[in-house]
Design a protein. Sequence first.
Length: 247
Amino acid sequence: MQIDIMTLFPNVFTEILGTSILGKAQKSGLLTINTVDIRDFSKDKHRSVDEPPYGGGGGMVLGPQAVFDAVESVKKEESEVILLTPQGKPFNQELAYGLSKIEHIILICGHYEGVDERIREHLAAKEISIGDYVLTGGEAAALVLTDAVARLVPGVLGNVESASQDSFSMGLLEYPQYTRPADYRGVEVPEVLLSGNHGEIDSFRKKESLRNTLKRRADLFNNYHFSETDLELIREVIKEEMERGSE
Ligand code: 6GU
């Protein structure tokens, strides 16, 4: 997979995307991430790319010419062009899965004060937001999207960290994890995890995932299919939580 990021700040991407899992994936050739400096496509000697809006109102708007030219410098037949903007469709794991199957993605980082409407209408096929809050620009959003999508590309994660075990792909939040020591400052690791009984460990983890989800993100249950075992476990959880609550 290839991701090309159109941005006014190309230098902010290299460190994060070149490190750790995504850095390794790029070195092994599974993934190519490039940045394109929109200013390189400016036609004026000051390399400016924004202009005051028609109709007034103050602020500056990212104009169409440099952005169209930047995108067209990398666009192929099969490329998906995505504009990052707070007006876009809210990003989630399902969107990330869909995007991870696309061969070439072009991301356009929006500008703090807005982009010319023709970029939205005639250049970008999709608009994506990473949540209901406002950022100064699309760069942090492009980093989030690139990370979430790239880790789903087959081979990027090893077996151990495999994405199929992700809390969101299972529809539940994660269960709690512990490592050595078994007793830290008097706080002990749950006994069952030291037992070596993998049936009981799986059941404990499933139960704690259900508990975490119930307590923090009960909305996720709307899209969760409960197995018979899940139903038994969640009944226990509810009973325990009610007992705890009335103590
Ligand atoms: Cl994609 N851009 C900006 N500027 N703010 C955002 C966003 C994107 N997603 C959430 N807030």
